[in-house]
Design a protein around this ligand. Sequence first.
Ligand code: NAD
Length: 448
Amino acid sequence: MRRTLQTVLTVSARHFSKSTVIDNPLLKSPQVTLPLNFVQGRRVDSHGSSSFPLIAPAYGMKLRDIANSNENDVDQAVKAAKTSFRAWSEWSGFDRGLVLKRAAAIIRKRAEELARTEVLDTGKPIWEARVDILGCANTHDYYGGLAANITGDFLRLPGGSFAYTIREPLGVVAAIGAWNYPFQMASWKSAPALACGNTVVFKPSESTPLTAVMLAEIFVEAGLPEGCFNVVQGDGKTGQLLSSHPHVAKVSFTGSVQTGSKIMASCSKDVKHVTLELGGKSPLIIFADADMENAVKGAILANFTNQGQVCSNGTRVYVEERVADEFLSALIDRVAQMKVGNPSHEETTVGATISADHAKRVLGYIDLAKKEGATVAYGGERVQLDDPSLAGGYYLRPCILTACRDNMTVVKEEIFGAVMSVLTFSSEDEVITRANDSEYGLAGGVFT
Ligand code: NAD
């Protein structure tokens, strides 16, 4: 759904001194202007006394304010999910699966509109957003297929008796997401929960509120009964209200370790089930015998996809000493070809960082790395794009740091931005010990 309408907007004086023309019809579309909570099968407003801004990272521009969902808003959403649970949990798995498969088909049909909305919300390149959205269609198809096959066990007991087990749905699942893959968070959490017969209240990150409610509408169109999937918008306070709600049976959370630990503490009070997907600082090891071109591509993919805002990124890149120069020069050549630009353009490979605050945080880590003795071998600075409508966007050039040591802050802490630390090693035993010496444990990669 691509129109060529031009939208004339006055952008915040913080970024521009005069009006500028932005060629993005989505800015004034219903996706931006309509209510963004979804309860009992329809869009509704949230009513908190505080609000958060909806900002388009590509332009650094505020589109509107959104009220945080207050206690009553959260309560209404949980009530809708609890009321609809009984009937939904009694549907056969096969029939629940059909709903998810129909949702998958609708996602494929609306993929371009969903991807463009995701770009507006996140600032990620359009081709990446398309991959995300189509992946979500696969998620719904996958769980749609599994739903009919959720079985229990049959056990023979002495004397001709027997026992059997049944897998029961839990009830209302509260799902809370991060901002880096908004539609994926909503899909990855809701598809398995719904397939098993649970109902869901989803809270997207306050940085990316737009696409979760589109998924809610898609579910309704696919035949999901009203109230089975609800959306509440809001910041951490709303997340707290939701995760501590007494009628929530399970919390599924994706986000930082700090928030995850608070949620786990809160869930432990009422002995709620909890699943946490948290941060990482993963190692990527490149041995001298690796196919160098492939290893360079792998390191770029594992560091600079989605502006480096990926939990499982391999940001500690350990390269065997004798190929370190060869690796670095090929890496810099290739990263220099990456195009920082308008995320809506097909040729862009690096879009906008999610927010001004986050961009500042990433640049702060690079400054600290320099102070601690690292060398910036490439990038690491803010990029001012020629297009005046993008002047307020948070564009950073991917950064490659060399002369890194294991005890540097930048090597130990998750940055969640496009910053790669290159380290060298000389033996396998040494690198395995160093790679494992981390507080995190999310992912790992080896090229050999
Ligand atoms: P965050 O922890 O700040 O926020 C995540 C979500 O939690 C948001 O929706 C936020 O509103 C909510 N929240 C904040 N405080 C809360 C509270 N007290 N109670 C309940 N909810 C609360 O994380 P972020 O900045 O949105 O995301 C970045 C982090 O997410 C990084 O650490 C990244 O590694 C991690 N992440 C992990 C995965 C994974 O699958 N392991 C995937 C993506 C992101």
